[in-house]
Structure formats: structure tokens, C-alpha cells
Design a protein around this ligand. Structure first.
Ligand code: FAD
Ligand code: SF4
Length: 468
């Protein structure tokens, strides 16, 4: 087994310090597990490492187009099918071709659940309904500052982690730049750690996952999320094992179906949908910018400078990201992505931001999540409407607004919420490009009735990209 640690990768981009730590720790732990079955090379580039090898090699299908081009250009290298996903690229392409452009996650999820017989009883979905999504959109429990679930077990660092930390300190002294803060490793670096976290999640946290998967609490960054994305993406945990485990928790241990269904939907639905779309869409997709968003992501956002921000929600999410290299999907979509969408920041820069700042960030997973879902830069090739909202949504789904200097209901003046006002300004700017479908009709009608839209637009122009 050949494992190459390339330093050039870390020179090219300022990754989150904890992401760099996790990746190196996982590589070095794998090398230690394999012992003399592995050749572990520390080189400047992958090509330098490959020069030291004379034998033919096999490589699993890489996870980015650039890496695929690279391995396809090498002599004596056979590319094997991808690992770590449930639906094959061919099965997906056949499904998608038949849809003739109407590529929606819900339809794919239906297909894949039936195809792989997950939560199915005979010809019927378990419990009689395919989607229990409406039961899974609860705001946080009233008055709670944390969810009533045991926290996820954190891995114990060992000598390998100590060595990684010392190397990263040295690289920093040599001028390699990172973002975010160092901290104890919070994400699994071995299959053993990943499986232990999965078992704990299925037993203690899954039941609360469903209802509160969209909710946010300032003092509870983890909520009941599974914290497994980095383990799937590093190949430490097979998504099929996680999904079968969740199904067992329902059938054998009585876990609530809505939570189990919500979880299965995320893993074999969303995750595989995003992966397959990355390969199904043309290579130029990642440069899509149909809303002509031309502003640069400002330094305070790029550098996770939470202290520069007074808007409670955004400041707290940036601080969590700075301290952990992770926040759950709603802060990603409705706090970070939503703000960038309002302000008209370049989608490609947002892809780079997510790639660098998140422990689980890779090109394949952010391309469609950010360009398509979060920035609507493809004008709806994979979604029916932009994920855009003002302060009312954030107020309903979190406890942030109570402690904020802004007012989620105010769109003008000193206390105008930057999300509320930013959302109206975005809608006014993009009125003609927003789909005139049933899901957007009410919002557009409200926009048309807004008496002070010009003032709101002017105010948000003045606010611009300064930290709110
Ligand atoms: C703007 C944006 C950017 C994102 N960037 C990434 C990223 O770089 N890497 C990444 O792995 N996920 C990304 N996601 C998806 C999702 O936010 C994370 O997978 C999830 O928050 C990870 O935490 P968790 O393991 O506790 O997930 P849970 O909430 O417990 O969900 C279970 C699993 O479902 C999968 N999943 C759910 N939704 C998605 C999705 N949209 N895309 C891919 N996998 C999904 C993940 O593997 C996750 O582990 C992004 C989502 C958005 C909206
Ligand atoms: S008032 Fe606006 S800025 Fe403040 S926390 Fe609420 S949504 Fe965020």
C-alpha cells in the first residue's frame, strides 16, 4: 500500500489547522496499522513520491476531476471504481438521463431507497410513508440552551497526534499558513474511532437527530448530529454500514422512524446525490455564476474573524468554525451561505472558503452544495428555489436573536437585521432571475408590496461587505 504525504498541498491553500491535523493524523494512523505492508512517503508533491516507486499501481477513483486527470495521465496506474458511495456513477447516470434535466434529490432518494431496499417492507416504505421530513423541522425546544442528549465521544489523542502537532507547528514557522485555531482532535482518524462514534450515535443521539436536525442553539454546536461526514469522506466508515445500523436501530431497538428516515435520507439521499451530480454535470459547472455575483469574499469572513462581527448568529457560527473546523448543515446553508448569497460574493470563492475551512470539505462535496444549493449559481439545476431567508427563519430555528444588537423584524435603521434587509435587497436585485414557481410566489408577492424597498436596497449597499 502506497501512502504519500504531500507538503505542497498545504502550501497551496490556507487550510483550517484542525483539518490539516485530521488528514495527516488519519494518513499516519493508517500507515501505522499497515506496518510493513505500507510504504509511507513524505514528499513535496505526489509526483515526487511516485518517482520513488517502480511497480504498477492501482488507485481508487479519486474524488476530484483534477486528481482523476492526474492519475489517468500516469503510466502503469489502473483506476479502480470509486469507494465510499452507495449509488454507482453508471446507475446514477441512467437515472438522471431518464429525468431529462429535472434532477431533484427527492426523486433520486425514492429511486435509491427502492434500489437498495432500505427501510422498505415488501413494496411499501416502512411505516407507510416515504418521507417523514415534515416531522423533522422542529425549532429548538423552548427555553433549552442545549439538547438533552449525551455529547459525542471525542477521540483520545496519541503519540501520532503529538507528532502531527509538532510538524504543523514547524510548518507554520516555515511560513505555511493555516486558518482557525488548533485544538484537541475532535474527529476520528481511524476506523476504530469512527465505528465507536457511530455506535454511540445510533444508541444515544439518533432519536433526537430527526426533530432537531435543522435547529441551532448558541451553546450547543453539535446538537444531535452524527459528526461522521469527515469519517465517510476519509474512507474510515462505509455509509452502507451506517445506514444499515440506523435501520437496525428502528427495527430492533425501536428508534423513532422519523429520525431514522431523516438520517437515511442524508446519507444515501443527499450525500450520494451531491457526489453523483459532481460527476454527472459538465466540468464547467463549478464555474457557474448565473446570478453574476462578482464581489470578493471579505477578509474578516475568509479568516474566520468572529470577533469583528456583532450579528450574533454569524459571529457565533464563525467562532464555532474557527474553533472546531465544523458546523452543522443549517449554519453552513442558512448563516454562512445565505449571507454570501445576499451580498453577491463570488461562488467560486465560497467553494474555496468551504474547502479550506471545514474538516470534511472536498471539491466534490462543495461544488454542488455551494454552487448549486447554497449560492443558486446554476439557476436551479438541482433545486427548485434559492435557499435564501431573512432573520425570521433564523429567529424561529435558533436562540440567536434574543441576544443580538439587531432586530430580526427590522429592515431599516440602526437595528435593521443584516439578514432580513440583506434578503430583501437580494430579492430586489435578482427579481427577474428568481423562479416564478409556487415555492417563491409568496415571497415575491411580499417583495412587490414592500413600501420601502429602495431605502432597504440603498442601506444594504452602504453596509456592503463590512462585518455586520
Ligand atoms: C453549503 C454547504 C456546504 C457543505 N459542505 C460539505 C462538505 O464540504 N463536506 C461534507 O461532507 N458535507 C458538506 N455539507 C453537507 C452537510 O452540511 C455535512 O455533511 C454535515 O453537516 C456534516 O455533519 P454530520 O456528519 O454531523 O452530518 P449529519 O447531519 O449527521 O448528516 C448525516 C450525514 O449525511 C451526509 N450529508 C447530509 N447532507 C449532505 C450534503 N448536502 N452533502 C453531502 N453529504 C451530506 C453527511 O455525510 C453526513 O455525515 C455541506 C452542506 C452545505 C449546505
Ligand atoms: S437579529 Fe438578525 S443578525 Fe441578529 S441573530 Fe437574529 S438573524 Fe442574526
Amino acid at each position: 500500500m502506497l501512502l504519500i504525504e504531500s507538503k505542497a498541498v498545504f502550501r497551496r491553500r490556507a487550510f483550517h489547522r484542525q483539518k490539516a491535523h485530521l488528514i495527516l493524523s488519519a494518513l499516519r494512523h493508517r500507515a501505522a496499522e499497515l506496518g510493513d505492508q505500507a510504504a509511507y512517503l513524505r514528499t513535496e508533491t505526489y509526483r515526487d513520491g511516485l518517482r520513488e516507486v517502480r511497480e504498477p499501481l492501482e488507485v481508487c477513483h479519486p474524488t476530484s476531476r483534477a486528481a482523476l486527470r492526474f492519475v489517468q495521465g500516469l503510466d502503469q496506474v489502473t483506476v479502480l471504481p470509486p469507494r465510499g458511495f452507495v449509488t454507482s456513477l453508471d446507475d446514477f447516470a441512467e437515472w438522471a438521463d431518464a429525468k431529462r434535466g429535472a434532477l431533484r434529490m427527492e426523486a433520486f432518494y425514492r429511486f435509491t431507497r427502492e434500489h437498495h431496499q432500505v427501510l422498505v417492507d415488501g413494496d411499501e416504505p416502512a411505516g407507510g410513508r416515504r418521507s417523514l421530513d415534515p416531522a423533522n423541522r422542529e425549532p429548538p425546544p423552548k427555553g433549552a440552551t442545549r439538547l438533552d442528549v449525551p455529547p459525542p465521544p471525542m477521540p483520545k489523542e496519541d503519540d501520532i497526534d503529538a507528532e502531527v502537532r509538532a510538524d504543523l507547528d514547524q510548518w507554520e514557522r516555515q511560513g505555511i499558513r493555516f486558518v482557525g485555531r488548533d485544538g484537541p482532535r475532535r474527529f476520528p482518524a481511524t476506523t476504530k474511532e469512527a465505528k465507536a462514534r457511530l455506535r454511540h450515535f445510533l444508541k444515544h443521539r439518533l432519536a433526537m437527530f430527526g426533530p432537531y436536525e435543522d435547529a441551532m442553539l448558541a451553546e450547543d454546536p453539535w446538537m444531535a448530529h452524527s459528526l461522521r461526514s469527515s469519517s465517510f469522506n476519509l474512507g474510515l466508515l462505509d455509509p452502507v454500514e451506517a445506514v444499515r445500523g440506523a435501520e437496525r436501530a428502528y427495527r430492533r431497538d425501536g428508534a423513532p422512524l422519523a429520525s431514522v428516515e431523516g438520517f437515511v435520507r442524508q446519507v444515501i439521499g443527499w450525500r450520494d446525490f451531491i457526489w453523483n451530480l459532481y460527476w454527472y454535470f459538465e466540468p464547467g459547472y463549478q464555474a457557474s455564476n448565473e446570478l453574476s455575483a462578482r464581489r470578493s469574499v471579505p477578509a474578516w469572513f475568509r479568516d474566520l474573524d468572529a470577533d469583528a462581527v456583532r450579528a450574533h448568529c454569524l459571529s457565533d457560527v464563525l467562532a464555532d468554525l474557527r474553533d472546531h473546523g465544523w458546523v452543522h448543515h443549517i449554519p453552513r446553508l442558512m448563516v454562512l451561505g445565505n449571507y454570501a448569497l445576499h451580498r453577491g460574493w463570488r461562488p467560486a470563492e465560497m467553494v474555496d472558503f468551504f474547502h479550506r475551512s471545514f474538516v470534511d470539505g472536498y471539491v466534490w462535496v462543495m461544488t454542488v452544495n455551494v454552487v448549486g444549493m447554497s449560492q443558486y449559481a446554476d439557476l436551479g439545476r438541482m433545486s427548485t428555489k434559492p435557499y435564501v431567508s431573512g432573520g425570521a427563519y433564523l429567529n424561529r430555528m435558533s436562540d440567536y436573536c434574543g441576544g443580538c444588537r439587531y432586530d430580526p423584524k427590522a429592515r431599516l435603521g440602526e437595528r435593521a437585521c443584516p439578514y432580513t434587509a440583506g434578503c430583501w435587497a437580494f430579492l430586489a436585485r435578482n427579481r427577474d432571475r428568481i423562479p416564478a414557481n409556487a415555492r417563491m410566489a409568496r415571497t415575491i408577492a411580499q417583495l412587490d408590496r414592500l413600501p420601502d424597498v429602495d431605502e432597504v436596497v440603498a442601506q444594504e449597499k452602504r453596509r456592503g461587505d463590512t462585518a455586520p
